[in-house]
Design a protein around this ligand. Structure first.
Ligand code: AMP
Length: 112
C-alpha cells in the first residue's frame, strides 16, 4: 500500500479537507506555504506520466477539486499554484499521484 492509500484507509492520520468517491484532499504535513494541500486519487496512478487516456475524467476531477478546495481555503481571489511532481528531477517523493495546491503567499518564478 502507498502512504496515501494508508491515509485513505485511515491507517495513518491526516487532516482531511475533502473526500468523495474518487479522491481525498489532505493538508500537507510539511507545508511550503500558509495553505498547502494535496489532492489524491483513490485509484493509484504512480505519477502523471503513467496516467492512461481512460483516466482523463479522473484527472479533470482532481483539478476541479483542487480549485474548489482552494476556494474553500480562501485563496481563490489571492491566487494559488497547482503543482505535480514527476520523477527525480520533478521532486517526486511519494509514488502515488497527487496534486499540490499552494497559496496564502506570493509564489516566485521560476520555481526552485
Ligand atoms: P512529492 O514530493 O511531490 O511526492 O510530495 C509528497 C508530499 O507529501 C510532500 O509535500 C510531503 O510533505 C507530503 N507528505 C508526506 N507524508 C505525509 C503525511 N503523512 N501527511 C500529509 N502529507 C504528507
Amino acid at each position: 500500500m502507498t502512504l496515501f492509500e494508508k491515509i485513505t484507509a485511515r491507517q495513518i492520520p491526516a487532516e482531511i479537507l475533502h473526500e468523495d468517491d474518487r479522491c481525498l484532499v489532505i493538508r500537507d504535513i510539511n507545508p511550503q506555504a500558509p495553505v498547502h494541500f494535496l489532492v489524491i486519487p483513490k485509484t493509484v496512478i504512480p505519477r502523471i506520466g503513467e496516467a492512461a487516456p481512460e483516466q482523463q475524467a479522473l484527472l479533470g476531477h482532481l483539478l476541479l477539486t483542487a480549485a474548489s478546495v482552494a476556494k474553500a481555503e480562501g485563496v481563490a481571489e489571492s491566487g494559488f499554484r497547482v503543482v505535480i511532481n514527476h520523477g527525480p528531477d520533478g521532486g517526486e517523493t511519494v509514488p502515488h499521484l497527487h496534486v499540490h495546491v499552494l497559496g496564502g503567499r506570493p509564489m516566485t518564478w521560476p520555481p526552485g
